[in-house]
Design a protein around this ligand. Sequence first.
Ligand SMILES: NC(=O)c1ccc[n+]([C@@H]2O[C@H](COP(=O)([O-])OP(=O)(O)OC[C@H]3O[C@@H](n4cnc5c(N)ncnc54)[C@H](O)[C@@H]3O)[C@@H](O)[C@H]2O)c1
Length: 329
Amino acid sequence: MKCFVTGGAGFIGSHLVDRLIQEGHSVTVYDNLSLGRESFIQHHYSNKDFKFVMGDLLDFELLKLSLLNFDIVFHLAANSDIVKSASHTKIDLEQGTIATYNLLEAMRSNGIKKIAFTSSNVVYGEAKKLPIPEDYGPLFPISMYGASKLACEALISAYCHNFGMTAWIYRFANVTGPRITHGVVLDFYRKLEKNPLKLEILGDGKQAKPYIVVHDIVDGMLFGIKNSNEWINYFNLGTEGSTCVLLIAKEIIKVLGLSEVKLGFTGGDRGWPGDVARVSLDMSKLSGLGWRPKYTTSNEACMVGLRLIIEDLKSRDIQDKQAELKLNH
Ligand SMILES: NC(=O)c1ccc[n+]([C@@H]2O[C@H](COP(=O)([O-])OP(=O)(O)OC[C@H]3O[C@@H](n4cnc5c(N)ncnc54)[C@H](O)[C@@H]3O)[C@@H](O)[C@H]2O)c1
């Protein structure tokens, strides 16, 4: 396949690119590097089947010119910082909804018919049923990020219906693993790096979400594409159960070998306005097709991911320091 990957220099996108290249596909990454890193994709630069376009989805002309002759678009680019968007109300409208509209328009004018989209479990809002199945409704997201993801799903549906496109929509759990760019483990790691004696936890620490390791999410996405062919294919993509924030805090303290850490809580039952405090996903739709993640429970995935993240952050910090030293000389 000739694949176009928006956000391919980001956390999940770069792992997807690794896997697509490994499977022999050709890949063009379109990314403005606002949140991603060139170092996540640089190892492919010498590969003739790989191309990087440094571009913004809001630059419609460049997008249209770059998006010629592809079999499928993997659309991952978005604002991924859900906490920040609680106070910056335009970010998700622009980087999510309008960016997705531009992409669909560029696909329509260039005759590209297949799209895989990375949505999120936050489209369900505060669901009254746990674990949440894909046909749960009505969908009332409680964050700007969730509202934008749902708007993107709606736009994709309308484009599929009107212009004969096919879509695979994945409502992700929280994704964990190397090259992570945001999220609770990164937040805790950076806080403990600054002050190993104190850790501030947002909310009451009881918030519980499902976690999945990044290699499993990539595997699930590709499995879904190979094994479903409706005009709109939509799946929860995660693991069984959920993992609470306090458990993650205790585990990171243990893995870092710290002992005297005083835990503080900002209080309230959610981490930030728009945070859905309790989530678990019904995975029976994808598992009914025969897919299982390597790490099947959220706790298992979360603990494996946490160790992978710490290992990766340590080596990334060393590389960053070396690059900084090189620049200064
Ligand atoms: N990480 C998770 O836990 C999680 C959970 C649910 C859904 N998702 C979704 O999965 C996708 C990938 O997430 P991620 O964790 O890899 O995030 P990420 O921030 O690491 O990657 C997003 C990439 O998109 C790029 N980008 C952002 N705006 C752009 C624009 N206007 N034009 C071009 N490039 C742009 C960024 O530079 C970055 O490389 C996102 O759509 C995110 O909303 C992620």
